[in-house]
Design a protein around this ligand. Structure first.
Ligand SMILES: Cc1ncc(COP(=O)(O)O)c(C=O)c1O
Length: 424
Protein backbone atom coordinates (compact mmCIF):
# COMPACT_ATOMS: atom_id res chain seq x y z
CA UNK A 1 0.00 0.00 0.00
CA UNK A 2 1.73 3.16 -1.16
CA UNK A 3 -1.09 5.70 -1.16
CA UNK A 4 -1.44 8.53 1.35
CA UNK A 5 -4.88 7.45 2.59
CA UNK A 6 -3.65 3.98 3.57
CA UNK A 7 -0.75 5.45 5.48
CA UNK A 8 -3.07 7.90 7.24
CA UNK A 9 -5.14 4.91 8.41
CA UNK A 10 -2.04 2.96 9.48
CA UNK A 11 -0.63 6.03 11.21
CA UNK A 12 -3.85 6.58 13.13
CA UNK A 13 -3.84 2.96 14.27
CA UNK A 14 -0.16 2.91 15.21
CA UNK A 15 0.62 6.41 16.49
CA UNK A 16 -1.12 8.43 19.26
CA UNK A 17 -3.34 11.34 18.26
CA UNK A 18 -1.38 13.66 20.56
CA UNK A 19 1.15 13.90 17.74
CA UNK A 20 -0.71 16.02 15.20
CA UNK A 21 0.35 16.18 11.55
CA UNK A 22 -0.60 19.25 9.53
CA UNK A 23 -0.78 17.68 6.05
CA UNK A 24 -2.32 14.24 5.41
CA UNK A 25 0.47 13.10 3.09
CA UNK A 26 3.49 10.84 3.32
CA UNK A 27 6.67 11.93 1.67
CA UNK A 28 8.85 10.15 -0.80
CA UNK A 29 11.51 12.77 -1.49
CA UNK A 30 12.48 16.39 -0.95
CA UNK A 31 14.84 18.72 -2.81
CA UNK A 32 15.64 22.28 -1.72
CA UNK A 33 12.15 23.87 -1.50
CA UNK A 34 10.09 21.12 -3.11
CA UNK A 35 8.49 17.95 -1.74
CA UNK A 36 6.99 14.91 -3.46
CA UNK A 37 4.59 12.53 -1.74
CA UNK A 38 4.40 8.76 -2.23
CA UNK A 39 1.70 9.26 -4.88
CA UNK A 40 4.01 11.52 -6.88
CA UNK A 41 2.27 14.84 -6.08
CA UNK A 42 4.62 17.81 -5.87
CA UNK A 43 4.37 20.55 -3.20
CA UNK A 44 6.10 23.87 -2.66
CA UNK A 45 7.49 23.87 0.88
CA UNK A 46 6.77 26.99 2.95
CA UNK A 47 7.37 25.13 6.23
CA UNK A 48 10.98 23.87 6.05
CA UNK A 49 10.13 21.19 8.59
CA UNK A 50 9.31 24.09 10.99
CA UNK A 51 12.32 26.33 10.38
CA UNK A 52 14.87 23.54 9.99
CA UNK A 53 15.86 23.44 6.32
CA UNK A 54 16.96 27.07 5.99
CA UNK A 55 19.67 25.70 3.67
CA UNK A 56 17.07 23.69 1.72
CA UNK A 57 16.33 19.99 1.74
CA UNK A 58 19.39 17.87 1.00
CA UNK A 59 21.86 20.68 0.41
CA UNK A 60 24.73 18.90 -1.40
CA UNK A 61 27.39 20.33 0.96
CA UNK A 62 25.45 19.26 4.04
CA UNK A 63 24.68 15.79 2.66
CA UNK A 64 28.32 15.24 1.64
CA UNK A 65 29.62 16.27 5.07
CA UNK A 66 27.13 13.98 6.83
CA UNK A 67 27.92 11.09 4.48
CA UNK A 68 31.68 11.52 5.01
CA UNK A 69 31.21 11.40 8.80
CA UNK A 70 28.88 8.38 8.51
CA UNK A 71 31.72 6.54 6.75
CA UNK A 72 33.85 7.02 9.91
CA UNK A 73 31.41 6.52 12.81
CA UNK A 74 27.83 7.47 13.66
CA UNK A 75 27.99 7.55 17.44
CA UNK A 76 30.46 7.25 20.28
CA UNK A 77 28.98 9.70 22.85
CA UNK A 78 31.00 12.78 23.72
CA UNK A 79 30.83 11.74 27.39
CA UNK A 80 32.85 8.63 26.49
CA UNK A 81 35.33 9.88 23.87
CA UNK A 82 35.70 13.20 22.11
CA UNK A 83 35.65 13.77 18.36
CA UNK A 84 36.96 16.75 16.41
CA UNK A 85 33.64 17.84 14.84
CA UNK A 86 32.09 18.66 18.22
CA UNK A 87 35.00 20.90 19.19
CA UNK A 88 35.19 22.51 15.74
CA UNK A 89 31.47 23.30 15.84
CA UNK A 90 31.76 24.81 19.32
CA UNK A 91 34.68 26.97 18.17
CA UNK A 92 32.79 28.14 15.08
CA UNK A 93 29.65 29.07 17.06
CA UNK A 94 31.67 30.74 19.82
CA UNK A 95 33.28 32.96 17.18
CA UNK A 96 29.96 33.68 15.39
CA UNK A 97 27.71 34.41 18.36
CA UNK A 98 27.37 38.00 19.63
CA UNK A 99 28.89 36.99 22.97
CA UNK A 100 32.44 37.81 23.99
CA UNK A 101 34.38 34.83 25.34
CA UNK A 102 31.70 32.20 24.61
CA UNK A 103 31.54 28.46 25.16
CA UNK A 104 29.09 26.02 23.55
CA UNK A 105 27.55 22.68 24.42
CA UNK A 106 25.37 20.49 22.20
CA UNK A 107 22.16 18.55 22.65
CA UNK A 108 19.58 17.12 20.26
CA UNK A 109 16.26 19.01 20.46
CA UNK A 110 15.24 22.60 20.92
CA UNK A 111 13.48 21.81 24.19
CA UNK A 112 16.67 20.25 25.54
CA UNK A 113 18.62 23.35 24.55
CA UNK A 114 16.16 25.73 26.24
CA UNK A 115 15.86 23.54 29.32
CA UNK A 116 19.64 23.29 29.62
CA UNK A 117 20.00 27.06 29.22
CA UNK A 118 17.79 27.43 32.31
CA UNK A 119 19.74 24.71 34.11
CA UNK A 120 23.00 26.52 33.37
CA UNK A 121 21.52 29.88 34.46
CA UNK A 122 20.32 28.28 37.70
CA UNK A 123 23.72 26.69 38.32
CA UNK A 124 25.38 30.07 37.79
CA UNK A 125 22.99 32.20 39.85
CA UNK A 126 22.00 29.52 42.39
CA UNK A 127 18.44 30.87 42.02
CA UNK A 128 15.25 29.04 40.96
CA UNK A 129 13.08 31.64 39.18
CA UNK A 130 12.45 31.81 35.44
CA UNK A 131 10.48 34.55 33.69
CA UNK A 132 9.01 33.92 30.24
CA UNK A 133 6.31 35.53 28.10
CA UNK A 134 2.76 34.88 26.97
CA UNK A 135 2.73 33.35 23.51
CA UNK A 136 6.29 32.08 23.90
CA UNK A 137 7.11 28.54 22.83
CA UNK A 138 10.08 26.81 24.42
CA UNK A 139 9.30 23.09 24.04
CA UNK A 140 7.27 20.15 25.32
CA UNK A 141 9.30 18.85 28.28
CA UNK A 142 7.84 19.53 31.71
CA UNK A 143 9.96 22.64 32.30
CA UNK A 144 9.79 24.01 28.77
CA UNK A 145 6.05 23.39 28.38
CA UNK A 146 5.57 25.36 31.60
CA UNK A 147 7.79 28.11 30.19
CA UNK A 148 5.66 28.07 27.03
CA UNK A 149 3.14 30.88 27.23
CA UNK A 150 0.12 29.12 25.72
CA UNK A 151 -1.41 26.36 27.83
CA UNK A 152 -3.66 24.63 25.29
CA UNK A 153 -2.90 22.39 23.49
CA UNK A 154 0.62 21.96 24.83
CA UNK A 155 -0.08 21.22 28.51
CA UNK A 156 -1.72 17.84 28.69
CA UNK A 157 -4.48 17.25 31.26
CA UNK A 158 -3.17 16.27 34.67
CA UNK A 159 0.30 17.68 34.03
CA UNK A 160 1.50 19.79 36.95
CA UNK A 161 3.47 22.85 35.89
CA UNK A 162 7.17 23.02 36.78
CA UNK A 163 7.72 25.32 39.77
CA UNK A 164 9.24 28.82 39.76
CA UNK A 165 8.12 29.77 36.23
CA UNK A 166 6.36 33.14 35.82
CA UNK A 167 4.72 34.56 32.70
CA UNK A 168 4.70 38.20 31.68
CA UNK A 169 2.51 39.52 28.82
CA UNK A 170 4.51 39.79 25.59
CA UNK A 171 4.28 43.31 24.18
CA UNK A 172 2.24 43.40 20.95
CA UNK A 173 0.98 46.95 20.44
CA UNK A 174 -1.77 46.13 17.93
CA UNK A 175 -3.19 43.50 20.31
CA UNK A 176 -3.32 45.99 23.14
CA UNK A 177 -0.18 45.15 25.14
CA UNK A 178 2.33 47.99 25.21
CA UNK A 179 5.95 47.71 26.30
CA UNK A 180 5.00 49.68 29.42
CA UNK A 181 2.23 47.14 30.19
CA UNK A 182 4.73 44.27 29.88
CA UNK A 183 7.33 45.98 32.06
CA UNK A 184 4.69 46.79 34.67
CA UNK A 185 3.67 43.12 34.70
CA UNK A 186 7.31 42.11 35.18
CA UNK A 187 7.52 44.43 38.19
CA UNK A 188 4.34 42.78 39.56
CA UNK A 189 6.03 39.36 39.25
CA UNK A 190 9.05 40.72 41.13
CA UNK A 191 6.77 42.19 43.79
CA UNK A 192 4.11 39.49 44.18
CA UNK A 193 5.62 36.18 43.06
CA UNK A 194 9.40 36.08 42.90
CA UNK A 195 11.79 38.87 43.94
CA UNK A 196 14.46 39.61 41.33
CA UNK A 197 17.20 38.22 43.58
CA UNK A 198 15.50 34.81 43.22
CA UNK A 199 15.29 34.98 39.40
CA UNK A 200 17.90 32.99 37.46
CA UNK A 201 16.79 33.84 33.93
CA UNK A 202 14.51 35.90 31.75
CA UNK A 203 13.97 33.87 28.60
CA UNK A 204 12.72 35.57 25.43
CA UNK A 205 12.58 34.84 21.71
CA UNK A 206 13.91 37.80 19.66
CA UNK A 207 10.99 37.00 17.34
CA UNK A 208 8.30 34.77 18.79
CA UNK A 209 8.01 31.70 16.57
CA UNK A 210 4.99 29.57 17.44
CA UNK A 211 3.57 32.65 19.18
CA UNK A 212 3.02 34.41 15.84
CA UNK A 213 6.28 35.91 14.47
CA UNK A 214 5.98 38.96 16.72
CA UNK A 215 9.29 40.75 17.08
CA UNK A 216 10.45 41.77 20.54
CA UNK A 217 10.58 45.59 20.39
CA UNK A 218 14.15 46.89 20.54
CA UNK A 219 13.66 49.27 23.51
CA UNK A 220 11.98 46.43 25.41
CA UNK A 221 14.91 44.07 24.84
CA UNK A 222 17.29 46.84 25.96
CA UNK A 223 15.24 47.36 29.10
CA UNK A 224 15.33 43.62 29.85
CA UNK A 225 19.11 43.69 29.50
CA UNK A 226 19.27 46.59 31.98
CA UNK A 227 16.98 44.80 34.45
CA UNK A 228 19.06 41.61 34.15
CA UNK A 229 22.28 43.57 34.71
CA UNK A 230 20.78 45.35 37.70
CA UNK A 231 19.73 42.12 39.42
CA UNK A 232 22.31 39.59 38.19
CA UNK A 233 19.71 37.72 36.10
CA UNK A 234 20.75 35.80 32.96
CA UNK A 235 19.14 37.07 29.75
CA UNK A 236 18.44 34.06 27.55
CA UNK A 237 17.67 34.64 23.86
CA UNK A 238 15.86 31.54 22.60
CA UNK A 239 17.03 31.36 18.99
CA UNK A 240 15.72 27.87 18.30
CA UNK A 241 13.39 29.16 15.55
CA UNK A 242 15.06 32.48 14.67
CA UNK A 243 18.63 31.27 14.29
CA UNK A 244 20.90 30.64 11.31
CA UNK A 245 20.13 33.36 8.78
CA UNK A 246 16.32 33.15 9.04
CA UNK A 247 15.98 36.80 10.11
CA UNK A 248 18.75 38.15 7.89
CA UNK A 249 21.44 37.69 10.55
CA UNK A 250 23.03 34.45 11.73
CA UNK A 251 21.43 35.16 15.14
CA UNK A 252 18.30 37.32 15.41
CA UNK A 253 19.69 38.87 18.60
CA UNK A 254 22.26 40.61 16.36
CA UNK A 255 19.42 42.96 15.37
CA UNK A 256 19.62 44.27 18.94
CA UNK A 257 22.44 46.28 20.38
CA UNK A 258 22.83 44.00 23.39
CA UNK A 259 24.83 40.96 24.46
CA UNK A 260 22.68 38.06 25.74
CA UNK A 261 24.07 35.72 28.39
CA UNK A 262 22.88 32.46 26.85
CA UNK A 263 21.54 31.47 23.42
CA UNK A 264 19.75 28.13 22.96
CA UNK A 265 19.91 27.04 19.30
CA UNK A 266 18.57 24.05 17.35
CA UNK A 267 16.50 23.46 14.18
CA UNK A 268 18.34 25.07 11.21
CA UNK A 269 21.77 24.47 12.77
CA UNK A 270 21.79 20.87 11.53
CA UNK A 271 20.20 21.50 8.12
CA UNK A 272 17.90 18.51 8.72
CA UNK A 273 20.14 16.49 11.04
CA UNK A 274 19.11 16.66 14.71
CA UNK A 275 21.30 18.89 16.82
CA UNK A 276 20.76 21.69 19.32
CA UNK A 277 22.99 23.60 21.67
CA UNK A 278 23.54 26.38 24.14
CA UNK A 279 26.06 29.13 23.43
CA UNK A 280 26.86 31.38 26.37
CA UNK A 281 29.27 33.46 28.36
CA UNK A 282 32.11 31.20 29.47
CA UNK A 283 31.83 32.03 33.17
CA UNK A 284 28.13 31.12 33.12
CA UNK A 285 28.58 28.04 30.94
CA UNK A 286 31.21 26.69 33.36
CA UNK A 287 28.91 26.86 36.39
CA UNK A 288 27.53 23.31 36.20
CA UNK A 289 29.65 20.57 37.77
CA UNK A 290 31.28 17.94 35.49
CA UNK A 291 28.58 15.36 34.74
CA UNK A 292 25.80 17.89 35.26
CA UNK A 293 25.35 18.51 31.55
CA UNK A 294 25.13 16.19 28.56
CA UNK A 295 23.06 13.43 27.02
CA UNK A 296 23.83 10.14 25.28
CA UNK A 297 23.08 11.40 21.76
CA UNK A 298 23.91 15.04 22.48
CA UNK A 299 26.04 16.58 19.71
CA UNK A 300 25.85 13.55 17.44
CA UNK A 301 28.94 13.35 15.17
CA UNK A 302 26.96 13.22 11.90
CA UNK A 303 24.90 16.21 13.01
CA UNK A 304 28.05 18.12 14.02
CA UNK A 305 29.51 17.49 10.55
CA UNK A 306 26.25 18.61 8.92
CA UNK A 307 26.13 21.73 11.13
CA UNK A 308 29.67 22.73 10.15
CA UNK A 309 28.59 22.47 6.49
CA UNK A 310 25.44 24.51 7.23
CA UNK A 311 27.62 27.32 8.63
CA UNK A 312 29.79 27.18 5.48
CA UNK A 313 26.70 27.35 3.25
CA UNK A 314 25.26 30.31 5.19
CA UNK A 315 28.53 32.22 4.71
CA UNK A 316 29.40 31.18 1.16
CA UNK A 317 25.91 31.49 -0.31
CA UNK A 318 25.32 34.74 1.60
CA UNK A 319 22.09 33.41 3.08
CA UNK A 320 21.64 36.39 5.41
CA UNK A 321 21.48 38.73 2.41
CA UNK A 322 19.24 36.26 0.58
CA UNK A 323 16.90 36.04 3.59
CA UNK A 324 16.45 39.81 3.41
CA UNK A 325 15.90 39.63 -0.36
CA UNK A 326 13.23 36.91 -0.31
CA UNK A 327 11.68 38.36 2.85
CA UNK A 328 11.22 41.78 1.24
CA UNK A 329 9.74 40.12 -1.86
CA UNK A 330 7.24 38.12 0.23
CA UNK A 331 6.17 41.12 2.32
CA UNK A 332 5.65 43.15 -0.86
CA UNK A 333 3.44 40.50 -2.45
CA UNK A 334 1.45 39.90 0.75
CA UNK A 335 0.85 43.63 1.14
CA UNK A 336 -0.56 43.52 -2.40
CA UNK A 337 -2.86 40.61 -1.36
CA UNK A 338 -4.01 42.81 1.51
CA UNK A 339 -5.39 45.43 -0.88
CA UNK A 340 -7.40 42.90 -2.92
CA UNK A 341 -11.13 42.77 -2.21
CA UNK A 342 -11.40 39.27 -3.67
CA UNK A 343 -9.12 37.84 -0.97
CA UNK A 344 -9.80 37.22 2.71
CA UNK A 345 -9.18 40.22 5.00
CA UNK A 346 -5.52 40.46 6.01
CA UNK A 347 -4.44 42.38 9.10
CA UNK A 348 -0.87 43.01 10.21
CA UNK A 349 1.86 41.95 7.76
CA UNK A 350 5.33 41.61 9.25
CA UNK A 351 8.73 40.17 8.59
CA UNK A 352 12.28 40.20 9.81
CA UNK A 353 14.45 38.80 7.02
CA UNK A 354 12.74 35.66 5.75
CA UNK A 355 10.67 35.20 8.94
CA UNK A 356 7.48 36.51 7.37
CA UNK A 357 3.91 36.35 8.63
CA UNK A 358 0.52 37.96 8.32
CA UNK A 359 -2.71 37.86 10.29
CA UNK A 360 -6.18 36.92 9.11
CA UNK A 361 -8.83 39.18 10.59
CA UNK A 362 -12.62 39.22 10.66
CA UNK A 363 -13.01 42.51 8.82
CA UNK A 364 -10.94 44.48 6.32
CA UNK A 365 -9.09 47.20 8.21
CA UNK A 366 -9.92 45.55 11.55
CA UNK A 367 -7.82 43.72 14.09
CA UNK A 368 -10.08 40.95 15.38
CA UNK A 369 -8.33 37.59 14.85
CA UNK A 370 -10.00 35.04 12.57
CA UNK A 371 -8.69 31.60 13.58
CA UNK A 372 -11.26 29.75 11.43
CA UNK A 373 -10.21 31.61 8.29
CA UNK A 374 -6.59 30.77 9.13
CA UNK A 375 -7.40 27.06 9.28
CA UNK A 376 -9.30 27.32 6.00
CA UNK A 377 -6.35 29.04 4.29
CA UNK A 378 -3.77 26.42 5.32
CA UNK A 379 -6.18 23.68 4.13
CA UNK A 380 -6.80 25.46 0.81
CA UNK A 381 -3.05 25.98 0.39
CA UNK A 382 -2.49 22.27 0.82
CA UNK A 383 -5.13 21.56 -1.86
CA UNK A 384 -3.26 23.96 -4.15
CA UNK A 385 0.05 22.12 -3.54
CA UNK A 386 1.57 24.38 -0.91
CA UNK A 387 2.76 23.27 2.53
CA UNK A 388 1.87 26.20 4.77
CA UNK A 389 1.81 26.57 8.56
CA UNK A 390 -0.22 28.76 10.85
CA UNK A 391 0.77 29.85 14.34
CA UNK A 392 0.02 32.55 16.86
CA UNK A 393 -1.25 33.29 20.32
CA UNK A 394 -4.58 34.08 18.63
CA UNK A 395 -4.19 31.20 16.09
CA UNK A 396 -4.70 33.67 13.24
CA UNK A 397 -1.19 34.02 11.86
CA UNK A 398 0.04 32.48 8.62
CA UNK A 399 3.81 32.09 8.78
CA UNK A 400 6.13 31.57 5.87
CA UNK A 401 9.29 29.61 6.50
CA UNK A 402 10.48 28.89 2.97
CA UNK A 403 14.01 27.52 2.66
CA UNK A 404 16.26 30.57 2.26
CA UNK A 405 17.84 28.80 -0.74
CA UNK A 406 14.48 28.50 -2.56
CA UNK A 407 14.80 29.75 -6.17
CA UNK A 408 12.77 32.89 -6.89
CA UNK A 409 10.49 31.13 -9.40
CA UNK A 410 9.55 28.44 -6.84
CA UNK A 411 8.99 31.13 -4.20
CA UNK A 412 6.67 32.99 -6.58
CA UNK A 413 4.89 29.75 -7.46
CA UNK A 414 4.30 29.26 -3.72
CA UNK A 415 3.02 32.83 -3.35
CA UNK A 416 0.69 32.28 -6.34
CA UNK A 417 -0.69 29.21 -4.56
CA UNK A 418 -1.06 31.25 -1.38
CA UNK A 419 -3.06 33.84 -3.32
CA UNK A 420 -5.37 31.07 -4.57
CA UNK A 421 -5.76 29.80 -0.97
CA UNK A 422 -6.68 33.30 0.23
CA UNK A 423 -9.70 33.50 -2.08
CA UNK A 424 -12.65 33.60 0.27
C1 LIG B 1 11.67 29.16 20.07
C2 LIG B 1 11.58 27.68 20.26
N1 LIG B 1 12.16 27.12 21.35
C3 LIG B 1 12.11 25.78 21.56
C4 LIG B 1 11.47 24.94 20.68
C5 LIG B 1 11.44 23.47 20.95
O1 LIG B 1 12.17 22.78 19.99
P1 LIG B 1 11.96 21.21 19.77
O2 LIG B 1 10.62 21.04 19.14
O3 LIG B 1 13.09 20.83 18.86
O4 LIG B 1 12.06 20.57 21.10
C6 LIG B 1 10.86 25.46 19.54
C7 LIG B 1 10.14 24.61 18.59
O5 LIG B 1 9.39 25.02 17.74
C8 LIG B 1 10.91 26.87 19.32
O6 LIG B 1 10.33 27.44 18.26
Amino acid sequence: MTDNASFVARRNAAIPRGLATAAPIFLDKAENGELWDIEGHRYVDFASGIAVTNTGHRHPRVMAAAAAQAEKFAHVCFQVTGYPGYVELAERLNALAPIRNAKSIFFTTGAEATENAVKIARAHTKRPGVVTFTGAFHGRTMLTVTMTGKAAPYRTPGMPPAPYVYHVPFPIAHHGVSEEDALRALMHVFKADCPPQDVAAIVIEPVQGEGGFYQTPKPFMKKLREICDQHGICLVADEVQTGFARTGKVFAIEHYDIEPDLIPVAKALGGGFPISGVIGKAEIMDAAEPGGLGGTYAGNPISCAAALAVLDVIAEEKLCERANEIGAHMVKRINRFKTSNSLRPIGDVRGLGAMVAFELVKERGGNEPDADATKAVTAAAFDAGLILLSCGYYANTIRILAPITMPMEVLDEGLDKLEVALKA
